[in-house]
Design a protein around this ligand. Structure first.
Ligand SMILES: Cc1ncc(C[n+]2csc(CCOP(=O)(O)OP(=O)(O)O)c2C)c(N)n1
Ligand SMILES: [Mg+2]
Length: 558
């Protein structure tokens, strides 16, 4: 026990929980904390100039580092600004302790400026939302929050910190962290049933979800895919490297539109979802993506996802790595010689089909390699050729994404992070967080021009904190995806060629000037050869760098 002020106790508790960065944007209610930070040597405060960017930086840090991230915001408006990116963090299951300062409790009943109840604002998007009312509760609150954020399924939590809790003093026992041991093995009997079904299937398909990368289960899922001779798609909104993309059974991204998904699934008699969400789609459709009678086997670390939309013949709750290991043993034990032979033949057919598809895609990309303005597919191919093997890609490429997963190697679990929630503006700051978590790896962010503008203030943080991310702005001077989708409606916009609210022109945004004004070096590329030169230069020079890539604007056909 020691007499301590709340502001110091908060920092000590975070350090006990292994935290080394607070991402924040301060106001008067956070001033006690900022005062404590003035004499703090181990915890770093990373300032973001708008809370949405702060939240996404923390998200990138939490996901890439697979560790607890902490944010600190200023009362209701600060938390409000962060909510869109908190939604993305929730969908990605990012372990983040979100905190916000609150007015002194003696003062709140008068409804001071900036005041509102905070826990109800955060509550829909977090696993636990509360307010610390007395300093003596602070240790328990912080430890509970950290444990909860990191326990499976991981996700953000929220604590409101009234000013008087931070300024008062008390004799405190700081307690100690708890970590829930994560390697929970799935039900043994269910694993046997799953193995039997997988071995009976003639055309199994594996859908690899984010939980694979989060549980570091690459070796296990690869062994199972190879044993079954099954092709592997990432889940429909993939935000991690859930399967090594250079593996010959990796079939590339699925389209998030129901008819396309159905066309893929119609070719299979069993869907094995390995931590994959069935399904996150973009638009409603008359067509159900799930063929009737398709057998579903699903393993997930999140019970909510099991049988959420479609019944699973076998549903297993467990850590992916631990459970897949057991499943692999069950498969190997049960597999007959005839099943092995069938799997080998299936594997050869699948590998040949995937290689042919990849070759066709590459040929299309190569054919456009010299075209100006740059075609997105040609750009993705070129980026795939240029990136160093240890690169970490942050993906918010929106309509420019086709080909990305096939062309860009992301073979290890920390090599790729994409937008899970769909709230754009995530990628630019998330890349800064990812680089802070993985300082020894090159981090390259692929960001749509529209998306970049939601959180472009984060460029200043990259400059200020010398975070060497390479930002590639995929600049088609439009919300191209919205044009594509409006055009597909075949309504007035398609007839008149007028797309209201989707052109980022008059004036065109000067991303090079924008980056420079925020202290980030930058240059424009209009041909692939320039992208190549600039990317090499950017990766070599050791600080943040933005390349504004002028892309083809055409949006038809979808
Ligand atoms: C926070 C938020 N606001 C609005 C949208 C709707 N929206 C989805 S994609 C998009 C445009 C993206 O433009 P850009 O980043 O330039 O990518 P492009 O479509 O041109 O490839 C918009 C506005 C969203 N998803 N999230
Ligand atoms: Mg755009």
């Amino acid at each position: 026990m020691a007499v301590m002020a709340g502001k110091r106790a908060f920092l000590e508790l975070l350090k006990l929980e292994g935290v080394d960065i607070i991402f924040g944007n301060p106001g008067t209610t956070e001033l006690p904390l900022m005062d404590a930070l003035a004499v703090e040597t181990k915890l770093r405060y990373v300032l973001g100039l708008q809370e949405a960017g702060v939240m996404a930086m923390a998200d990138g840090y939490a996901q890439a580092g697979q560790r607890l991230a902490v944010t600190n915001f200023h009362v209701a408006p600060g938390l409000g600004n962060a909510m869109g990116m908190l939604y993305d963090a929730k969908k990605a299951g990012s372990p983040i302790l979100v905190t916000a300062g609150q007015h002194d409790q003696s003062f709140t009943f008068t409804e001071p400026i900036l005041w509102d109840e905070l826990p109800p604002i955060a509550r829909p998007l977090v696993k636990w939302s509360s307010e610390v009312r007395r300093l003596v509760e602070l240790p328990r609150a912080i430890h509970r929050a950290a444990k909860t954020a990191l326990a499976m399924p991981t996700g953000p939590v929220f604590l409101s910190l009234p000013g008087d809790v931070l300024t008062s003093e008390a004799d405190l026992d700081l307690g100690a962290p708890t970590r829930v041991a994560p390697r929970v093995r799935g039900d043994a009997e269910a694993i046997e049933r799953a193995a039997a079904l997988l071995l009976e299937a003639r055309q199994p398909l594996i859908m690899a979800g984010d939980a694979v990368a989060q549980s570091r289960a690459h070796a296990e899922i690869v062994a199972i895919a190879e044993l079954l001779g099954a092709p592997v798609h990432p889940e429909s909104v993939p935000n991690t490297a859930s399967f090594p993309t250079s593996h010959p059974l990796f079939k590339g991204a699925l389209t998030r539109l129901a008819p396309a998904m159905r066309a893929v699934l119609d070719q299979h008699d069993l869907l094995f979802s390995v931590g994959g969400d069935l399904f996150t789609m973009s638009l409603p459709s008359e067509v159900d993506p799930m063929p009737p009678g398709l057998t579903v086997v699903h393993i997930d670390s999140d019970p909510w996802e099991l049988g959420k939309n479609y019944p699973a013949e076998v549903a297993i709750l467990g850590d992916l790595k631990a459970t897949l290991k057991d499943l692999l043993t069950a498969l190997e034990t049960r597999m007959t010689a005839a099943q092995r032979a069938a799997a080998r033949a299936r594997s050869e057919t699948a590998r040949a089909a995937i290689a042919a598809e990849l070759e066709t895609l590459k040929a299309r990309a190569r054919a456009d390699a010299a075209t100006v303005p740059i075609k997105p597919l040609a750009l993705m191919h070129a980026i795939g050729e240029m990136l160093p093997a240890d690169a970490v890609v942050i993906d918010e490429s929106v309509s420019s994404s086709p080909g990305l997963r096939q062309f860009v190697r992301s073979d290890d679990p920390q090599s790729f992070f994409g937008l899970r929630g769909g709230g754009i503006g995530w990628g630019l700051p998330a890349a800064i967080g990812a680089k802070l978590a993985l300082p020894d790896r090159p981090v390259v962010a692929l960001i749509g021009d529209g998306s970049a503008m939601y959180t472009c203030q984060a460029l200043w943080t990259a400059a200020h904190d010398k975070v060497a991310v390479v930002f590639l702005i995929l600049n088609n001077r439009s919300y191209r995806i919205l044009k594509q989708r409006t055009n597909a409606m075949q309504g007035f916009a398609a007839q008149t060629d007028r797309y209201v609210g989707m052109d980022l022109t008059d004036p065109a945004i000067d991303y090079v000037g924008l980056a420079r004004s925020l202290g980030v070096k930058s240059a424009r590329a209009t041909a692939l050869s320039e992208v190549d030169d600039l990317l090499r230069q950017a990766l070599a020079q050791g600080g943040p760098f933005l390349i504004d890539i002028e892309l083809d604007r055409s949006y038809t056909p979808i």
